[in-house]
Design a protein around this ligand. Structure first.
Ligand code: NDP
Length: 274
């Protein structure tokens, strides 16, 4: 039997933990596969994908800055990839390319399974309106929070994003609204930071009153304590980073490719210790 080939593709890519995660999953099932990190040239994503197909790869994960290009090269798209407008998982089958987006499902699964929080009936605040925020809205709405408020530095971007999800919000009976950072004052049960402010070590201009003692403050960033996490911690909230989301989105991609669901808790634990 030939060894199945997978990869994660981005620019830069050296930092990626995806090979470690996927190989840890594969060991759980006694599977042998290859999973590499591939640096694609910034202007050569589509050509790289074509080459990988020719070389017999089964699928690739896609990271910054290629998630929109991965959307474009996909011949069929899942509902969640369409809603996200971006693809992080490509599957190749007989020359056909299918695109999916597992980021939102990764976030929701991490919150429910590892932080043991419910979203159903809760007040949820989503900070940011970039690719990551757009990718998590539909999976969050499907959990039927009572309220989903979106706030972003550029309000028009948040409004345009939310407008695309009005029908889904109605379907799930969620009050979906947009606010500026300044307008936020009430406390939320779950506050999700999907901005990249942490990458630039910048604080978000949000009031401490958005957190209360039982809030979960979830930063999609991992690998360092951001100013958002520090603020939430000081305000008494429970604080989570995005490592569990990373592992859970990988688990969903693993399921798409291999049809089996790996255990995620031991993988998250070993990454935290490494
Ligand atoms: P984008 O570049 O698409 O969006 C960035 C967002 O951050 C925009 O809403 C932008 O606001 C906002 N922003 C940037 N700088 C600031 C600032 N200084 N103050 C306030 N708002 C700011 O990035 P992504 O959506 O792809 O990624 C966002 C974060 O999510 C990153 O940190 C990324 O690492 C993380 N992520 C984590 C994943 C995981 O598995 N854990 C998966 C995917 C992403 P504006 O619109 O005004 O420019």
């Amino acid at each position: 039997m030939t060894t199945e080939k997978f990869a994660v593709i981005g620019h830069p890519i050296e930092h990626s933990k995806s090979p470690l995660i996927h190989q840890a999953f594969a060991r759980q099932f006694g599977k042998t596969m290859t999973y590499e990190k591939l640096l694609a040239p910034l202007d050569g994503f589509a050509a790289t994908i074509k080459q990988l197909q020719l070389e017999g790869y089964r699928g690739v994960n896609v990271t910054v800055p290629f998630k929109f290009e991965a959307f474009e090269v996909s011949q069929t798209l899942s509902e969640r990839a369409t809603a996200a407008g971006a693809v992080n998982t490509l599957s190749f089958q007989g020359g056909h390319i299918s695109g999916d987006n597992t980021d939102g499902c990764g976030l929701v699964n991490d919150i429910l399974k590892h932080w043991q929080r419910t979203i159903d009936g809760q007040k949820v605040l989503l900070l940011g309106a970039g690719g990551a925020a757009q990718g998590v809205i539909l999976p969050l709405l499907a959990q039927q929070p009572a309220v989903l408020t979106v706030a972003n530095r550029s309000l028009d971007k948040a409004q345009a994003m939310v407008d695309c999800f009005k029908a889904d919000a109605q379907l799930h009976q969620v009050s979906l609204t947009v606010q500026t950072f300044d307008e936020l004052s009430e406390g939320y049960d779950v506050v999700i930071n999907a901005t990249s402010a942490g990458l630039q070590a910048e604080a978000l201009p949000v009031s401490d009153t958005i957190f209360y003692a039982h809030s979960l403050a979830y930063d999609m960033m991992y690998g360092r304590e951001t100013l958002f996490m520090q603020q939430a911690h000081a305000a008494g909230a429970q604080v989570a980073d995005g490592l569990g989301m990373l592992v859970e989105q990988a688990a969903e991609a693993f399921y798409l490719w291999h049809g089996v669901r790996p255990e995620t808790a031991p993988v998250i634990q070993s990454l935290r210790l490494s």
